[in-house]
Design a protein around this ligand. Structure first.
Ligand SMILES: *Cc1c(COP(=O)(O)O)cnc(C)c1O
Length: 385
């Protein structure tokens, strides 16, 4: 029985939080591939570490509790987690994906699963009517992200779950940008939640990993089978790093979001900034839906410089914020979607989607907000043409 009722406490004490064999307050890194058995044909709890490992099991029970699901599963990357989830489907099945899903999700469907006869269709999940109209008999699932990269597009979780269930679709949410502290898609009716734990869950830019949480015991059994059969599991040390990351998730996310709110408000007032995309801003499209389903605006901001500024001068002018792929770490990172994360999209289409050459994506870290603002200010001012 749980003797607490708040998620902040779950981050520290949730799941299997102490070692069942020694009482160690941290579940140790069980760095082993196999386990001694007493005799043949016995009923053993641990037999082989692809199938199960105590450190990974501690993490899996923890993430299941945090997302409010039936079971959790840890993988070697966010893409391994998504691959396991897509492996639930078969030849002839079609999956709807929202227009701004992570590039790797699009790529694995387009280049790998299409070879096995699983098709996909890009759909605007912010338009509920268009979404429902896209559902044909072969459509078996939808994969959404909210807020989605890089324009922080908001999808209504409850509405998508309702429409999905009316048509027997499996509703899948990639909750990487929000974490279970800010948003829990299962509470809004979603069936499966996926994370790139490389981002906020790990939180320190030192691990690549992924997680899956299932709501229905039937799906839990199938994902457990797929995890063991295809083998993309997280190792014991990476599982430990995720548990360690989760312990501070609540305080980190509060600080991340506080900083982001301050920075977004600052950028909005800067003459050199044309548009700021941040769900925490009052006028932002989808602001109300987002605040119905999430605790705050999160810590991802995109913004566009006006034509009077040269983007090529902006990036090298930054002195504190690092230009790099990825997000969700304690340190602030920026990227240039047009040439980095979204470079594979043809320029015309990219601009139509709003991903212009002057768009900057910022993953706000937990440094002092004034230091970050000073760095942004001098870099913007320095890139004036
Ligand atoms: C990074 C990311 C992924 C992929 O995760 P990896 O851990 O890099 O494999 C999937 N979805 C989102 C939203 C991401 O940001």
């Amino acid at each position: 029985m749980k003797n607490y009722s708040h998620i902040e406490t779950s981050f520290i004490h949730g799941g299997i939080s102490t070692d069942e064999y020694t009482g160690a307050v941290n579940v140790p890194i069980y760095q082993t591939s196999t386990y001694a058995q007493k005799n043949i044909g016995g009923d053993v709890k641990w037999e082989y570490s692809r199938t199960g490992n105590p450190t990974r099991a501690a993490l899996e029970s923890l993430i299941a509790e945090l997302e409010g699901g039936d079971a959790g599963f840890a993988f070697g990357s966010g893409m391994a987690a998504l691959t396991a989830v897509i492996s639930l489907f078969k030849t002839g099945d079609k999956i709807l994906i929202s227009s701004n899903v992570y590039g790797g999700t699009y790529r694995v469907l387009d280049k790998i699963f299409s070879n096995f006869g699983i098709t996909y269709q890009i759909t605007d999940t912010t338009d509920l009517k268009a979404f429902e109209e896209a559902i044909t008999p072969e459509v078996k699932a939808v994969i959404i992200e909210t807020p989605a990269n890089p324009l922080l597009t908001i999808t209504d979780l409850k509405a998508i779950a309702e429409i999905s269930h009316r048509h027997n679709l499996v509703a899948i949410a990639d909750n990487t940008f929000m974490t279970p502290y800010l948003q829990r898609p299962i509470e809004h009716g979603f069936d499966i939640v996926v994370h790139s734990a490389t981002k906020y869950i790990g939180g320190h830019s030192d691990v690549v990993a992924g997680l899956v949480v299932t709501r229905n015991p039937e799906d839990s059994k199938r994902i457990a089978f797929i995890q063991n059969a295809t083998g993309g599991v997280a190792g014991p040390f990476d599982s430990f790093l995720m548990i360690r990351g989760i312990k501070t998730l609540a305080v980190r996310m509060d600080r991340h979001a506080q900083n982001a709110q301050q920075i977004a408000e600052y950028l909005q007032l800067h003459n050199g900034v044309k548009t700021v995309y941040y769900p925490g801003l009052a006028g932002f499209k989808g602001h109300e839906i987002h605040h119905r389903q999430a605790k705050n605006g999160g810590a991802m901001i995109s913004f566009e410089l006006t034509e009077d500024y040269d983007i090529k001068k902006f990036f090298p002018s930054l002195k504190l914020i690092t230009l790099a792929e990825s997000l969700g770490g304690v340190e602030s990172l920026v990227c240039h979607p047009a040439s980095m994360t979204h470079a594979s999209i043809p320029r015309d289409l990219r601009i139509k989607l709003g991903i212009t050459d002057n768009l900057i994506r910022l993953s706000v870290g937990i440094e002092n907000a004034s230091d970050l603002i000073s760095d942004l200010k001098q870099a913007i001012d320095n890139s004036r043409i």
